[in-house]
Design a protein around this ligand. Structure first.
Ligand code: URA
Ligand code: SF4
Length: 237
């Protein structure tokens, strides 16, 4: 049995294949009173709930189809995202866009792309080197993400790298251990994979990591087939 078959066969038995995963978060968003993504975005644009507000240029709320079947969740905005206010538009973003459009055959506008934190985290708050968000920042920002998920109601979430995977699956396990399987957040299938920046830093397009990402996208394609999610929405350009 190859890895894909194994992961797929076990997709409903996540407890048995992942004994270390604690109970998923059932935390409610603090934004139950907000009924549209646009309203939630307007609140986030003014947000000062954590220290990242001190150094950000723009809040990067997320973008895409508000009724998307597929949602991608990264860790936090980088330099280009901070400057433009849009998620995944730098080099890592270009790789993610290729994965979505060439791999899954869906146009980027038809999925939803967001991050765990909406403002750019940098080392020592100097606005230079990116770093993953810390626990305090994730805790402060996650109510936006939880409400985004509730409003979009995706059928599949692809978590990119450790912060989003650990947050949604409520685990301290790392992405290398977790990827290759399907998990559930509430009733939404979660497929964790490597962050495109991590792939770019470790060999890029022809690396083993990229191959692993493709294996994970095959899991997504199979789920899409089973959930009858239409794939071919690429606009003729
Ligand atoms: N890395 C992320 O995690 N998110 C972005 O939006 C861009 C780079
Ligand atoms: Fe608010 Fe999130 Fe930005 Fe922190 S990262 S200021 S919680 S929007």
């Amino acid at each position: 049995m190859d890895l894909f078959e194994y992961a797929y066969k076990n997709q409903k038995k996540e407890e048995s294949i992942n004994p270390n995963i604690e109970k998923p978060l059932w935390k409610n968003s603090q934004y139950d009173f907000v009924s549209t993504l646009e309203e939630l975005k307007q609140i986030a644009l003014e947000c000062r709930k954590c220290k990242l507000c001190l150094t950000r240029k723009n809040v990067v709320f997320g973008e895409g189809n508000p009724n998307a079947d597929l949602m991608f969740i990264g860790e936090g905005p980088g330099k280009t995202e901070d400057e433009t206010g849009r998620p995944f538009v730098g080099l890592a973003g270009q790789l993610l866009t290729r994965i979505i459009e060439n791999g899954l055959k869906i146009s980027r506008e038809n999925v939803y792309i967001a991050n765990v934190v909406k403002c750019r985290p940098t080392v020592e708050m100097k606005g230079e080197k990116d770093r993953p968000p810390d626990e305090e920042e994730v805790n402060a920002c996650s109510p936006y993400l939880i409400r985004q998920i509730e409003l979009i109601k995706p059928k599949i979430i692809i978590t990119l790298g450790n912060p989003s995977t650990r947050f949604l699956l409520n685990t301290k396990l790392g992405i290398t251990k977790l990827r290759g399987n399907v998990y559930y957040y509430k009733d939404i299938a979660v497929v964790p994979t490597y962050h495109p920046s991590f792939v770019l830093r470790n060999g890029g397009e022809n690396s083993l990591l990229k191959k692993d990402v493709w294996e994970d996208m095959k899991i997504v394609l199979k789920l899409m087939q089973d959930l009858r999610i239409k794939s071919y929405k690429i606009n003729d350009k």
